[in-house]
Ligand binder design. Structure first.
Ligand code: CDP
Ligand code: MG
Length: 805
């Protein structure tokens, strides 16, 4: 702290920190060893125990006994009426026809690549086939299958479904494990987990002892964890010749994976889908041009006397003219194809954002008025877009009777009640319209979709290695993704797909999306490589399916060295080892660890939870001023969005205690849902920290300094560094600069935006995003001394150590 940490004490702090971190680490490992044999929910320990017990011969015999019992139970279920019905359904899936071929390939080859249309029964059926065949044969030891999913939500949903198909409760033969949650019993043979969980298991169990099959699902998505896992598994396979690896993918880029694993056999499950007719922009415009005439009819409303009608007519006329000009633009752009060759260049000529919602509306109206019944699935870029279009459509006059239209949103953070509606068939005569992100491409299947509208873009994080800045921009999807979107229309009958871009733009799409490994910062990944003792980071990553750029790797290593997680020789420091045990980004982990060390854990956990969920401060478009001043009330002129968040959260907790949480949120423009998410994440953090031995079971002490805002500010600085910009107060404005980008701006909802003066020479920030200019999201002002002591490698005395040799 500014007051109690004068320079002379640095050496002592340094020694203290080092001792603290290493002692905690030793304690944690000691306790995990001494706990073997007792029951625990802890995942790492659980696995260790399991392995130890599994070694014994007695255990083997018991296992076999139990799997026979399981098999008998399963047969009894299949003979029951519900079981019969389920079995019938399972046998109707396209994968059933390939069952024997799949099992044969798996038993004869160490690696098999399986592809098949979404919904054909890869995820739910294939693991069950293995389970059933192994138990049937009862050939020695029972099998143990791990099936990874890229998303938490799918790991949970799929395990539930498979358990239901087997007439069991979760935790019998089927279980799941996601971060901080899971369900597993002594007879669990099939485990659905996130890819991250399997990676963490590899940390304590390098050779996956006891596991007979690893299934890596949704491999076509090319997530970072999946690519990482494949490198590790590829190295593991020769050491575990009896281990089977099955890669499953929806689209047909099986060759890439097959050749990565030395020509592994590829099996395709031919799925039955109905033909889908594809329209590109040029066709859509021709087909729907007459709709413009409909808009002309609306002009008649203008003659109405009523003020309300006139107002509506005005709004519609405005919309009509924007559609008309959009159509003109689009036609003009479509003509571009005459002289634009099929290169990336043609993509930049075509800008759908200028057409945006209007075109989607236009096509939706066409479908609702003119087409046969059937649900409509609209692929959009992000959930904010989805929400605004939903609002806009809610009372759209051209969509007709609102009670005949069921408008739904589908994205990662939707409520579960809404989720169910998406799958349900609506009443006759009601048109279901689902506005979705690319989540509806492969992870979920809506059976009654007949029409698909594809905007052609998806929001994805990309990473600009040159100036080390992540960007979040809607970018063009790949041909594979466009094909996948189109396929969603032909599940129950022939369908139609409207691609809202010209054909020539489609032709210029990349075949497949760029893998995540090539477009995101690699810090967490590098830390994991080190903690798994996989050798040199660059060498390891060069063995990836598609290795990342050396510059990105270098940036990540440098970052980890700056924050003190790696030393000059790329060895893991004590801090680094502790960070690798926390499943959060390194900078957030560092903040948590320091919050624990400096006994101000509560507010620091709130900040970290807020940074990992999303901003709870709502900024409704039409009440921006009110919302901004509501937020400003929480800032108490201390120039910190993070401290404002802490106050808002604390106030909410207080209000909750008096049963007025909802009112509090409403008054202060806060999202109760987000605050609840922050609340639950905080509990998880505390669990993690205790688990890692960084916080005592008795947590009283770790909040001794929680009221001290200087200290909290310092810990925030330590975590966010080197996310740093300098503040220059000018006469009327403030200039902000970072080293890499030069001039940067603040998002308007920051408490530091628009203030006449910031009395701190520096702002630390969590995130900068390149849109047109570079924008900083949340920021906190820090002083020189805090920056010197807490910036950089704090266990060596922060930045000061660079100044004082
Ligand atoms: O993995 P893949 O996309 O090939 O298909 P799946 O997830 O195994 O689903 C196979 C079929 O099971 C789907 O077509 C759905 O009809 C059904 N299913 C379901 O009814 N409920 C679920 N939660 C998951 C699948
Ligand atoms: Mg699947």
């Amino acid at each position: 702290r500014e007051v109690i940490l004068p320079f002379g004490l640095l050496r002592e702090v340094d020694a203290h920190l080092k001792a603290y971190l290493s002692q905690k680490y030793i304690n944690a490992s000691m306790s995990s060893l001494s706990n073997v044999g007792s029951t625990t929910n802890d995942e790492g320990l659980y696995e260790q125990q399991e392995q130890l017990v599994q070694n014994s011969v007695v255990r083997e015999r018991i296992l076999r006994q139990r799997s026979l019992q399981m098999h008998e139970k399963q047969q009894a279920w299949q003979e029951s009426p519900e079981g019969q019905k389920m079995l019938e359904f399972r046998r109707s899936l396209p994968s059933y026809k390939e069952r024997d071929a799949l099992l044969k390939a798996i038993s004869e080859n160490q690696v098999v690549v399986v592809s098949g249309e979404t919904g054909c029964g890869k995820t739910t059926q294939l693991p069950q086939y293995i389970l059933e065949s192994e138990t049937e044969a009862a050939r020695g030891a029972a099998c143990s299958i791990i099936c990874t999913q890229p998303r938490r939500i799918s790991a949970m949903a799929v395990s539930e479904r498979v358990a239901a198909e087997r007439g069991e409760k979760l935790g019998e033969s089927v279980g799941y494990k996601v971060r901080l949650e899971g369900m597993k019993g002594r007879d669990t043979r099939l485990m659905f987990c996130t890819t991250g969980i399997l990676l963490r298991r590899l940390l304590v169990d390098r050779s996956l002892r006891g596991v007979t099959h690893v299934i890596v699902d949704e491999i076509h998505e090319r997530g970072m964890n999946e690519d990482f896992l494949l490198i590790v598994l590829k190295e593991l396979l020769p050491r575990r010749p009896e281990l089977r690896l099955i890669l499953m993918s929806a689209t047909l880029n099986a060759e890439l994976f097959s050749s990565y694993f030395g020509g592994a056999p590829m099996l395709h499950i031919p799925g039955f889908t109905y033909p889908v007719r594809a329209y590109f922009l040029e066709n859509i415009l021709e087909m729907t041009r007459y709709r413009l005439n409909t808009y002309n009819q609306i002009d008649d409303y203008g003659q109405e006397k009523s003020w309300k009608m006139q107002k509506q007519a005005l709004a519609l006329r405005k919309r009509k003219s924007s559609i008309a000009s959009a159509v003109e633009d689009a036609l003009e752009a479509a003509d571009f194809r005459e002289y634009s060759v099929q290169t990336q260049q043609s993509l930049s000529c075509w800008n759908p954002d200028s057409i945006g919602f209007n075109l989607i509306e236009h096509v939706l109206c066409h479908i609702v008025k003119k087409e046969r019944p059937g649900a409509v699935l609209v692929f959009m870029t992000g959930w904010d877009d989805i929400n605004s279009l939903k609002d806009q459509l809610q009372a759209h006059p051209l969509l007709g009777d609102p009670s005949r239209v069921l408008l739904l949103a589908c994205h990662g953070s939707m409520a579960s009640s809404e989720q169910r509606l998406i799958f349900d068939k609506p009443e006759d005569g009601v048109r279901k319209i689902v506005l979705a992100t690319n989540m509806a491409e492969t992870s979920i299947t809506i059976n009654d979709v007949v029409f698909v509208i594809d905007c052609g873009k998806a929001k994805e994080t990309s990473y600009d290695a040159l100036n080390n800045t992540p960007c979040l921009l809607p970018s063009w999807i790949s041909k594979a993704a466009a094909r996948q979107r189109r396929g969603r229309a032909g599940r129950v009958q022939p369908g139609e797909c409207y691609h809202l871009y010209p054909r020539y733009v489609y032709d210029a799409f990349a075949d497949y999306q760029l893998p995540e490994l090539l477009r995101t910062p690699l810090q967490s990944l590098c830390l994991q490589i080190k903690s798994l003792q996989l050798g040199s980071i660059s060498e390891f990553l060069s063995r990836a399916l598609q290795p990342p750029e050396p510059l990105s790797v270098k940036n990540a290593i440098e970052y980890l060295q700056i924050i003190g997680a790696l030393d000059e020789n790329e060895n893991l420091t004590v801090l680094g080892r502790n960070l690798s045990m926390l499943p959060v980004e390194p900078k957030l982990g560092k903040m948590l660890i320091l919050g624990a060390i400096f006994n101000c854990l509560d507010p620091v956990m709130t900040v970290v939870a807020g940074l990992s969920v999303r901003d709870p401060f709502l900024m409704p478009f039409d009440k921006k001023d009110l919302a901004e001043s509501a937020k400003a009330q929480f800032s108490a002129r201390d120039y910190s969005d993070h401290l404002a968040l802490v106050r808002a959260y604390d106030g909410w907790k207080d209000a909750e205690r008096h049963q007025s949480g909802y009112e509090y949120c409403w008054k202060n423009f806060l999202s109760a849902q987000t605050l609840k998410a922050i609340d639950s994440l905080r509990k998880q953090f505390l669990f993690l920290l205790k688990d890692a031995g960084l916080v005592d079971r008795n947590t009283e002490n770790c909040n001794k300094w929680s009221h001290d805002e200087h200290l909290i500010r310092a810990v925030i600085c330590a975590g966010l560094f080197p996310g740093l910009c300098s503040v220059v107060n000018k006469e009327k404005s403030i200039a902000l600069k970072t080293m890499e980008d030069g001039q940067v701006l603040l998002y308007s909802n920051s408490v530091n935006a628009g203030v006449p003066k910031i009395p701190y020479p520096w702002l630390v920030f969590n995130e900068k995003i390149k849109v047109n200019s570079v924008f900083l999201r949340d920021s906190t002002g820090v002083s020189d001394s805090v920056l010197l002591l807490f910036g950089g490698n704090i266990s060596r005395g922060g930045l000061v150590s660079c100044l004082i040799p």
